[in-house]
Design a protein around this ligand. Structure first.
Ligand code: NAD
Length: 436
């Protein structure tokens, strides 16, 4: 049993803290957000993440997991201090390290015992060294502190499963024994552990996210070429993905990538590259393709409906992907803004993300279910592929729309069936350009 403090109780920190408690450790999760901590103390989760509530409840009841806003309380007796605060994009695309700096200073000012700082936040290469420097500058004692980079690869929507079954655990440090001590925390997971130097571990995280984003932008570019030449991207992706050198994952053409990680991480890596004299032209193209992909939906609708002014457009799904309530950089937000700019009225529905959506999407009609969204609409855009949208009564939807135009931006419906129901159906790269 180890004593662990987790600083920053967001999607990553809460999952990390709860899962480390579930592995038998005593974990105190600290966050500056009083509202969030207050809710957690009452057993209420600030985020939607399948399976997490039960783990939080079980470990809180067992006394292994608690929440606080106090650094003193969090750090008391801790051997490991995880930093899992946000690292949002700055104005130039660089990672904003304000919160990481705050956390490092808070640790330094309260050092009463030797500890290991484990950095879980996604940070620019060199930040681990910077954190070590910051701690040294601000500590009032000469107690030794080691810094270990432990990038996180969990995916929102399956975060608990991903944490408990990692493909690998990456640990980077100049202090190998500290890295090995952190590795012991993960021993119950029986995962492959890779120990590197600090900078390499930090780079593995950025390179991984940039590569995944590249795969999606690649297939979207291929999808657009498929549309132009009359090929079907679904079969192209299957044909490519069965090649073991390529693999089937992240080859779904659609609205492009979004969320709290890919957009900021690809931009941050491009920024780091440029600031080090490299010319990150591939990364820039990956971002550009993604930006354009969201606009294609609008172009397609305009081509079919003429002007969008006065048209009613329904949007199904708002979160950046299914099984999460995270609206950060969700493609739906940009698509809805484009629709509104062109004078369309927008009706929306999402199973769990509405509370977060209300903070970024105003002047849209929030509906209680997908059927209300479709009623009287001139077009329906499927923006997030929640499972419940795969089971809808599409005949009822077609009949209730003013014009049965379906823009399936995640390719979840069968084009033939949709056309048989009377929809003008548009997929992404499936060569299904409207009615027969
Ligand atoms: P988040 O915004 O959900 O949570 C960050 C939390 O840190 C917030 O609750 C905030 O109040 C808190 N915080 C900020 N400053 C603080 C401080 N000084 N002291 C204490 N708490 C503070 O962010 P997230 O999605 O959990 O991401 C955290 C980090 O993990 C980021 O670097 C992100 O890139 C990385 N990451 C995220 C994911 C993901 O899927 N969300 C996956 C892998 C890595």
């Amino acid at each position: 049993m180890s004593r662990i403090c987790v600083i920053g109780v967001g999607y990553v920190g809460l999952v990390t803290g709860a899962c480390l408690a579930d592995l038998g450790n005593r974990v105190v999760c600290q966050d500056v957000d009083q509202d969030k901590v207050g809710r957690l103390k009452q057993g209420l989760l600030p985020i939607y993440e399948p399976g997490l509530e039960e783990i939080v409840r079980r470990n809180s009841a067992a006394g292994r997991l608690c929440f606080t806003t106090s650094y003193d309380e969090g750090l008391q007796g801790a051997r490991f201090v995880y930093i899992s605060v946000g690292t949002p994009s700055g104005v130039e695309g660089e990672a904003d390290l304000t919160y990481v700096h705050q956390a490092a200073k808070a640790i330094a000012e309260r050092l009463t015992q030797s500890l290991i700082v484990v950095n879980k936040s996604t940070v620019p290469i060199g930040t681990g060294d910077l954190v070590a420097d910051l701690v040294r500058e601000h500590q009032t004692s000469d107690i030794p502190v080691a810094v270990v980079s432990n990038p996180e690869f969990l995916r929102e929507g399956s975060a608990v499963r991903d944490f408990m079954n990692p493909d690998r655990v990456v640990l980077g440090s100049t202090d190998r024994s500290a890295a090995q001590e952190v590795a012991e925390l993960y021993a119950p997971l029986q995962a492959k552990v890779m120990i590197t130097d600090l900078r390499t571990a930090e780079m593995i995280k950025y390179a991984s996210n940039a590569f995944l984003a590249t795969k999606i932008s690649f297939i979207n570019e291929v999808a657009n070429i498929c549309e132009a030449v009359g090929a079907n991207v679904l079969e192209v992706a299957e044909g490519m993905g069965t090649d073991r050198r390529i693999g089937p994952h992240f080859l779904s053409a659609g609205l492009g990538w979004g969320g709290s990680c890919f957009p900021k991480d690809v931009k941050a890596l491009a920024h780091i590259a440029a600031m080090h004299g490299c010319h990150p032209q591939l990364l820039r193209a990956v971002v550009e393709i993604n930006d354009d992909q969201r606009k294609r939906v609008i172009i397609r609708l305009r081509e079919h409906l003429g002007t969008l002014r006065g048209k009613i457009v329904g949007v199904l799904g708002l979160s950046f992907k299914p099984n999460t309530d995270d609206m950060r950089d969700a493609p739906s937000v940009q698509v809805i803004h484009f629709l509104q700019n062109e004078g369309a009225q927008v009706k929306v529905y999402d199973p769990v993300a509405v509370e977060n959506a209300r903070k970024v999407l105003r002047e849209v009609s929030y509906c209680d279910n997908p059927y209300v969204v479709a009623e009287g609409a001139d077009a329906l855009i499927l923006a997030t592929e929640w499972n419940e949208f795969k089971q809808l009564d599409m005949q009822r939807i077609a009949h209730s729309m003013r014009q049965p135009v379906l823009l399936d931006a995640r390719n979840i419906y069968d084009p033939g069936s949709m056309k048989a129901l009377g929809f003008a159906y548009f997929g992404i790269g499936t060569g299904c350009g409207g009615a027969e």
